[in-house]
Write a protein that binds this ligand. Structure first.
Ligand SMILES: Nc1ncnc2c1ncn2[C@@H]1O[C@H](COP(=O)(O)OP(=O)(O)OP(=O)(O)O)[C@@H](O)[C@H]1O
Length: 578
C-alpha cells in the first residue's frame, strides 16, 4: 500500500495540514465562547457588568475562525480526493496489468466474477478507506486528544472524568470491530459470487428465457442476494448497538461533568462559561469518537478489500517467460513429445503420452468425441496451459523457452467460441493485426467467406457490432473470428471448431481459400464433421486422452474403427440410403 501512498503523499500531507487548521479552529471556539459568556455577558471579571463591545469583538473573531476553518475543511477535502482517487487509479491499473499477465489456470482459479468485484468494488472500498484515513484519522485524533487536553486545561476534574470514560469507549469499539471483521471478508466473497451469477445470467439471458428458467434463476439469485443481505444486516446490527453504547457512555460523562461543574462553580473553582466550554469540548470529543467508530468500520472493510486486491497484485504470473524470439528456419513445425496434461487441481489426465509431429505447411485435422481433449491439445501450443509431462516444441524449440509474445506472434487462432468486441466489423478483424490496411482486412474477409455478407451491410466494414456480437448470426460471428485470425500472416493457424456454424459449401470454400492464400503455414483444424476434415493432409483421431489413429481420410477409413464409426454415422448412412 505504501508504494501507492508514497506517490501521492504530497497531496495527502497538504490535506493533513488543512485538516489541522480546521480542527484548530474547532478547538479554539469553545474557549472564545467561554470568554463571551463569562467576561462579555456575565461580566465575571468586571464586577458583574456586561461588556457588549467585547461580545461584538469576540463574536466577529469567532465568525472569522469559523470561515477560516470551513475554508481549511474544503481544501482538505479537495486534496484528500486528489490523493485517494489517484491511489485508487494506480491500484486499478496495476491490477489490470497483472490480470492481463495471468495464465489461464490463474484466471480459472480467481473466476471472472471475483476479478471484476476486486477491480471495481474492492478498490472503491480501499479508496474510501484512504480518503477517510487521511481525513478522519487526523481529524478524530486531533479533535479527541485536543478536546481532552483543553478540558484538562479548563479544569483538572473535567479532564479526569473524560479520561475515565475513555477505556470503556475503546473497549466497546474494539469488541464490535472484532465481531464485524470476519463479516466484512464474508461480505466481499458473497459479492463475488453475486457478481459472477449476475454476469452469467445477463450474458445467458437468452438461453434462460428459451429454457423458461427465469423462475429458477430468480430463486438462485434471490438466495445469493438473501445471504448477502443477511451478512450486511449482521454488520449493521453490530454497529447499531455500538453507536448508542458509545453515545450513552459519552452522555454519562457529560452528565458527570455537569454535576462536577455545579460543585466546582459552588466552590468558585469554575465559572458558567468554563462549564459551557467543557460541555462543548465533551460534545466535540463525542463527535471525534463517533467519527473514529465510522473510521474503524471503513478501516475494517477497507482492510478486507485490500487483502483481496493484494491477492491479485501479489499473484506472480505462473508462466515463466522464456527468452528466445524464435528461429529463422523450419517456421511452423510442431512436435508433441510424450506429452501428458491435466487441468490444475483435477489430477486426472486429459491427455496421455501424446507423440505427434506436424510439419511446416501441413494441414492436420483433429477429431474425436466431445470432451476427448482436442481443445486442450491445441491450447498447449501457444502455452495457454503447460504440459504436465513431456515437451511441446515449435520449430524444434520447447515452447517454454520462447518469450510468450514471440511464440504467440507465430500463431493465429480462431477459438471455439467467437468472442467479438463492441467495435466495428473492420476493427474486429483488424484486432488480429493492429494497423492492418483496408486491403488486408478485405482479403482476410474474402478468405473467411465473410466479404459478401459484410458488403451487404449498410455500413460495410464500418458496421458497429453489438456487445458480444449479439447483432450477428452464429455463422457471421464465426466468419469474422476466422477473418481476425487469417488477417495475421502467421506460421501456424489453429481453427478450433470455428466453422461449426457454416454450411458445408461455405466451409469447403474457406478451406480452399485458406490453402491457396497461406500455402506455407501449418494449419490445425479441429472439427466434428468428416466433410470438414477429409481434405486435410492428415487426420488425428483422439480417444481416451491418446491418439487412436493418424493418417489420411482414406487410410483411416480402412484402419481406424473409431473413424469408420464417425464416418458411417455422418456420411455412410447418407450414402447407404442413397
Ligand atoms: N478450464 C478447465 N478446467 C478444468 N477442466 C477442463 C477445463 N477445460 C476443459 N476441461 C475438461 O477437459 C476435458 C477436455 O476438454 P476439451 O475442451 O479439451 O475437449 P474437446 O475435445 O475440445 O471438447 P469439445 O469437442 O466438446 O469442444 C473435458 O473433460 C473438460 O471437462
Amino acid at each position: 500500500m505504501w508504494k501507492y501512498i508514497r506517490q501521492y503523499l504530497f497531496f495527502a500531507v497538504i490535506a493533513g495540514l488543512f485538516m489541522v487548521g480546521e480542527v484548530l479552529m474547532d478547538l479554539i471556539q469553545p474557549g472564545i465562547m467561554s470568554r463571551i459568556v463569562d467576561d462579555g455577558v456575565l461580566g465575571v471579571s468586571n464586577g458583574g457588568a456586561p461588556n457588549l463591545h467585547l461580545v461584538w469583538m469576540l463574536g466577529l473573531e469567532m465568525i472569522g475562525l469559523v470561515l477560516f476553518g470551513g475554508l481549511c475543511g474544503s481544501l482538505n477535502n479537495a486534496f484528500v480526493h486528489i490523493s485517494s482517487q489517484n491511489i485508487g487509479n494506480e491500484i486499478r491499473k496495476d491490477c489490470f496489468r497483472r490480470i492481463m499477465a495471468f495464465s489461464f489456470p490463474q484466471l480459472d482459479r480467481f473466476g471472472t466474477g471475483s476479478l471484476v468485484t476486486r477491480v471495481t468494488n474492492d478498490i472503491t472500498q480501499v479508496q474510501a478507506f484512504v480518503s477517510l484515513f487521511v481525513r478522519g484519522m487526523i481529524r478524530t485524533s486531533l479533535l479527541t486528544f485536543g478536546s481532552m487536553y483543553c478540558m484538562f486545561r479548563l479544569n483538572l476534574c473535567f479532564g479526569l472524568i473524560v479520561l475515565c470514560a475513555f477505556p470503556f469507549l475503546v473497549g466497546v469499539i474494539l469488541f464490535c470491530l472484532w465481531k464485524a471483521n470476519p463479516l466484512f471478508s464474508r461480505l466481499q466473497a458473497q459479492l463475488d459470487f453475486l457478481n459472477g451469477m449476475m454476469q452469467e445470467d445477463v450474458s445467458g439471458i437468452r438461453i434462460i428465457k428459451a429454457c423458461v428458467r427465469e423462475a429458477y434463476e430468480k430463486l438462485r439469485f434471490g438466495k445469493a442476494n438473501g445471504e448477502l443481505i443477511k451478512t450486511q444486516l449482521q454488520i449493521l446490527v453490530i454497529f447499531a448497538f455500538m453507536n448508542p453504547l458509545v453515545n450513552g457512555l459519552m452522555y454519562m460523562a457529560v452528565t458527570v461533568i455537569l454535576l462536577a461543574g455545579g460543585l466546582e462553580a459552588g466552590k468558585g473553582a469554575a465559572t458558567p462559561g468554563t462549564v459551557m466550554a467543557a460541555i462543548t469540548y465533551a460534545t466535540q470529543l463525542l463527535n471525534g469518537i463517533l467519527m473514529l467508530v465510522m473510521l474503524f468500520q471503513n478501516i475494517s472493510r477497507g482492510a478486507a478489500s485490500w487483502k483481496r486486491v493484494r491477492e491479485i497484485l501479489e499473484s506472480v504470473p505462473e508462466l515463466v517467460d522464456g527468452s528466445l524470439d524464435g528461429t529463422a528456419d523450419l517456421q511452423g513445425e510442431i512436435e508433441f513429445r510424450n506429452v501428458s496434461f491435466s487441468y490444475p487441481g483435477s489430477g486426472q489426465n486429459v491427455l496421455s503420452h501424446i507423440n505427434l509431429t506436424i510439419h511446416k505447411g501441413e494441414t492436420v485435422a483433429v477429431m474425436g468425441a466431445t470432451g476427448c481433449g482436442k481443445t486442450s491439445l491445441v491450447n498447449l501450443i501457444p502455452r495457454f496451459y503447460d504440459a504436465a509431462a513431456g515437451t511441446v516444441l515449435v520449430d524444434g524449440i520447447d515452447v517454454k523457452e520462447y518469450r510468450q509474445e514471440a511464440l504467440r506472434e507465430k500463431i493465429a487462432i480462431a477459438m471455439q467460441k467467437s468472442e467479438l468486441f463492441c467495435m466495428t466489423v473492420g476493427e474486429n478483424i483488424a484486432w488480429g493485426l493492429p494497423g492492418a490496411e483496408d486491403r488486408s482486412l478485405e482479403y482476410a474477409a474474402s478468405i473467411a467467406q465473410a466479404d459478401r455478407f459484410i458488403a451487404s451491410m449498410e455500413q460495410g466494414y464500418g458496421t458497429a457490432v453489438a456487445e458480444r456480437g449479439m447483432s450477428l448470426s452464429g455463422g457471421q460471428k464465426q466468419r469474422i473470428s476466422i477473418a481476425r485470425a487469417v488477417v495475421k500472416p502467421a506460421e501456424i493457424y489453429i481453427f478450433d471448431d470455428s466453422t461449426s456454424a457454416l454450411d458445408l459449401k461455405t466451409e469447403a470454400e474457406f478451406y480452399r481459400a485458406l490453402k491457396r492464400s497461406r500455402p506455407d503455414s501449418t494449419k490445425i483444424i479441429i472439427a466434428q464433421r468428416i466433410a470438414s476434415v477429409r481434405t486435410a493432409d492428415r487426420i488425428v483421431v483422439l480417444e481416451n486422452g491418446g491418439i487412436a489413429a493418424c493418417g489420411t481420410h482414406e487410410e483411416l477409413l480402412i484402419s481406424c474403427q473409431a473413424y469408420q464409426e464417425i464416418y458411417h454415422s455422418q456420411i455412410g448412412e447418407e450414402a447407404r440410403s442413397a
